[in-house]
Design a protein around this ligand. Structure first.
Ligand SMILES: [Zn+2]
Length: 141
């Protein structure tokens, strides 16, 4: 089953053209944003609207077919953050530089680690965007 262009556009609009994980906006990502299966197809996830969200290529390449990740604080496997069903600010906050993302729950920490959201390259890129007041989105501060 493929995802129709119409549904892809619906998902982009629902996500406000932002990655559900790192909150990067499409205008700052050179490659097209990707449609992420929240519950991966390999785990039985469907192509239905409620299982889809927008993810940037940086996050999505590491999310791949993962459904959970390890919270280093406890060593437990935790389901990854679901940007459609969960509220970003309940699980993450920004560091003092406004570029680093900090997990404030087991889910947040496991997601940051699994998707390598604070790896050097995406972090340095976000720091650059902070300098130009293009990141983070004001509604997340
Ligand atoms: Zn992202």
């Amino acid at each position: 089953m493929t995802i129709s262009e119409r549904l892809r556009q619906t998902i982009r609009e629902q996500a406000k053209y932002r990655c559900g994980y790192c909150l990067m906006h499409q205008r700052h990502v050179y490659a097209p944003m990707e449609i992420d299966h929240l519950n991966p197809r390999s785990h039985g996830g469907s192509d239905d609207e409620e299982n889809l969200w927008l993810a940037c290529p940086f996050c999505n390449i590491y999310k791949s077919n993962l459904a959970d990740g390890v919270d280093d604080a406890t060593g437990e496997r935790i389901p990854l953050f679901n940007p459609r069903r969960q509220r970003w600010l309940d699980h993450f906050k920004f560091g003092i530089d406004r570029a680093e993302i900090i997990g404030i729950t087991p889910c947040g920490r496991a997601t940051l680690k699994a998707l390598r959201i604070n790896d050097v390259d995406p972090l340095e890129y976000r720091r650059l965007l902070v300098k130009f007041s293009e990141y983070p989105p004001k509604e997340y501060l």
